[in-house]
Write a protein that binds this ligand. Sequence first.
Ligand SMILES: Nc1ncnc2c1ncn2[C@@H]1O[C@H](COP(=O)(O)OP(=O)(O)O)[C@@H](O)[C@H]1O
Ligand SMILES: [Mg+2]
Length: 422
Amino acid sequence: MTDQTDLQTDFIGDDIVPQGAGTVEKKRVLIVDDDEDFAASLAGLLELEGYQAIIAHDALSAQDALALHQPAIALVDVRLGVGNGVELVRTFRRQSPDLICLMVTAYASVETAVEALQAGAYDYLCKPFHSADLLATLERCFERTRLMEEKRLVAERLGQMQRIQTMGQLAGGIAHDFNNILAVLLGNLRWLQEHVRTKPEQVQMLEDALAAVKAGTDLTKRLLNFGRQEGGDSVRVDLHAVLPDLMRVLRRTLGDDISLSLELADDLHEIEVHPAQMETSLLNLALNARDAMPDGGTLRFEACNFVVRPDDARVASGLLPGQYVVISVIDTGHGMPVAIRRRALEPLFSTKPAGKGNGLGLTMVDGFVRQSGGRLGISSKPDEGTRINLYLPRASVPTLSGEHVADTANGLDELRVTRVVP
Ligand SMILES: Nc1ncnc2c1ncn2[C@@H]1O[C@H](COP(=O)(O)OP(=O)(O)O)[C@@H](O)[C@H]1O
Ligand SMILES: [Mg+2]
């Protein structure tokens, strides 16, 4: 049965751990100073603190170093033997807008500082400065680059989601027109089947044509569902009523090598979801599990009630405090290394050969869960299998007056009656 420890090991979506490999790069600082001794001792200090320091003594070699090493931060002396530090900061900012420039000046004059800031410097330090001040300033700068990187990733992901949504709408539009064409074919073929008495092989041909039209209709239905991810009516769903049926379908789909089991908590709350989308989502997860277990294994579906408290780490990923039902899909397959796990929800990300995977399965499931007001969590390790948790808000609770009260955001007063998973 699902337990609290299991649920605590997952991370939700990829909100907590940003995607991409770029974020773990070593922190690189470019020091631009014509005073060789000062630059060397500063570099020594930074290396001791775990930074990678690159030294340049004039504006020209500084530009080469910027292009070659792409540091996140440049410490630029105002007075360079050849060239002017403020001018260099201006050039740096033009060439590399994400670079954070810190001006180092021996003159504590306000004008120089203002000029540096106007040129695009993020901050300035006056020589002689305390190493603790420098390190604190650098950390602040790196925190800023981390936030900027996160913002960029979020924007990128949003762009991808929008592309997927457009594709969905396009697919839905085409499917709709195609459905009409198929309806005409279907009508005519049925009429022929009923009215034209022909030879047995022609009867067979008609049946084949009808079967092909049926396959086409199923295909368009799937496309329509894909295009219709937004909206659709949510209804109250009792998992005890729907999951056993789904298991029967899955048993046929997955084959004998995979043993399938279902365990539902007795007191399971209802959820409010689009039933067809939930079914497609669980099917997607089951097919991913099957692909991860080419030599067979076990696939478990579990569901239990779950309370998210305000101090839960999941809150940081957008899961509001309140009452949820968690559906877990657990396989004993090959699992995912961190790099794949982080990208698994990305639209079009797939590790499967062309024709086997399209990289939209988990994107669709993630979309469904978010649309239902919940979040998706993945925990997986290579060779240790995968657990996907779908946190779905408990359906609103009817009051004595018959009204339904949404309780996902602040239903914590019901904590006493909700079983927290041990
Ligand atoms: N249960 C699982 N076990 C191992 N890896 C998985 C599992 N589910 C998803 N993945 C990984 O996440 C990727 C993306 O999954 P998905 O979005 O469903 O696309 P697809 O299945 O078309 O590749 C998969 O290609 C696979 O590498
Ligand atoms: Mg898939």
